[in-house]
Design a binder for this molecule. Structure first.
Ligand SMILES: C[S@@+](CC[C@H](N)C(=O)[O-])C[C@H]1O[C@@H](n2cnc3c(N)ncnc32)[C@H](O)[C@@H]1O
Length: 221
């Protein structure tokens, strides 16, 4: 396992600026274009934004009327998310590693995890740790950098933040890996969406989104 907490701790202060720039904006806006209508169609209840980063989905869902919990491995990302939610405080804020242990959450109506599973080498364990927090019938929404991009990154990919190199691995090189992790977690697949986001002629980013529903008879309960 490669620890990306230092990467995101270092990136936290400038992450939103990067995300709203052309460098990464397209991949996020493609994801939002597909997922916003899906999420708007669900009656709000209790939800968790796993690996919430600076709280992009947590703030959106909170604005839609959801009660929100947030978790992330990075203390600095989590504290920015918490600050954004100060007028609608989350019912749980937890610094935890998605891959190594389940959160304290149970009985959720919705769990979302965006652009984070790419870094979790043991994706099955990470998805199981989220699935356990759902009530039977609860929805799991996963989105990520498309596996075809992750295969270009590989496990040894790095980014530079203020002249320091930090790990940015992409471990999952097939869509099947995500589908199997969901299946193995007792979550039935409802929809798989694969979409390109073209940044410029040389850079082509893709997004993978999967929506699932925890089975009533799920082994992970
Ligand atoms: C690219 S950011 C995405 C943030 C947010 N979900 C979004 O879509 O705007 C990835 C986030 O996942 C978190 N993350 C990566 N691996 C994790 C793990 N194993 N456990 C918990 N959080 C993790 C990072 O700390 C970071 O905040």
């Amino acid at each position: 396992m490669i620890d990306t907490a230092p990467t995101y701790d270092a990136w936290a202060q400038t992450y939103d600026i990067f995300n709203s720039s052309n460098k990464n904006g397209d991949i996020v806006s493609v994801e939002e274009r597909f997922l916003l209508p899906v999420l708007s169609a669900i009656i709000p209840g209790r939800a968790a934004d796993f690996a919430c980063g600076t709280g992009r989905w947590a703030t959106t869902l909170s604005g839609m009327g959801w009660d929100i919990a947030i978790t992330d491995q990075s203390r600095n990302m989590l504290s920015i998310a918490r600050e954004k939610l100060k007028y609608f405080p989350p019912f749980l804020v937890q610094q935890c590693d998605l891959e190594s242990s389940p959160s304290d959450l149970r009985g959720l109506d919705l769990a979302i995890c965006s652009f984070a599973l790419c870094h979790c080498k043991n994706i099955t364990s990470a998805v199981q740790n989220m699935a356990i927090s759902l009530r039977p019938g609860g929805l799991l929404v996963l989105s990520d950098v498309h596996p075809c991009i992750q295969s270009k990154w590989g496990g040894d990919n790095h980014i530079e933040i203020e002249s320091v190199r930090y790990p940015m691995p992409g471990w999952h090189w097939s869509v099947e890996t995500y589908r199997k992790a969901m299946f193995d977690s007792g979550v039935a697949e409802l929809a798989v969406i694969e979409h390109d986001a073209i940044i410029d002629e040389e850079r082509r980013l893709g997004v993978l989104m999967i929506v699932g529903q925890k089975s009533a008879s799920a082994a992970v309960s």
